[in-house]
Design a protein around this ligand. Sequence first.
Ligand code: 5GP
Ligand code: ZN
Length: 114
Amino acid sequence: MGECIFCRIAFKAIPAKIISETSLALAFHDINPQAPLHVLIIPKEHIGSVLEIKAQHSVLLKEMFLMAQDIARQEKVDQSGFRLIFNCGPHAGQAVDHLHLHLLGRRKLSWPPG
Ligand code: 5GP
Ligand code: ZN
């Protein structure tokens, strides 16, 4: 498991407000939300970033996107709209080196992002 904070959350070694879980992926509320709804969807296996995604991760990625879709409906932002983001590397502000899909919603989001 090592020191990776999201691996520790995936192993339930540290708590998180989990809202959805499958054998491959986990969704939980961001600790420092940037919108009224801010959920992170992560693979349970450690993948450092988008740059480490391999063809063998296709089932996992499908699961992460279907999870995002389910959460958007459950949380009733499917009609109002929401944003999905993968930050990758320093210029994008990636702070946690474990792949995570941000789901942001319940407010109007500006574009382009900062
Ligand atoms: P990044 O900037 O890497 O794309 O996003 C990392 C996100 O993880 C940030 O939005 C940050 O608030 C969130 N985060 C960091 N540590 C924790 C934690 O221990 N628990 C939860 N729930 N979120 C975290
Ligand atoms: Zn990890």
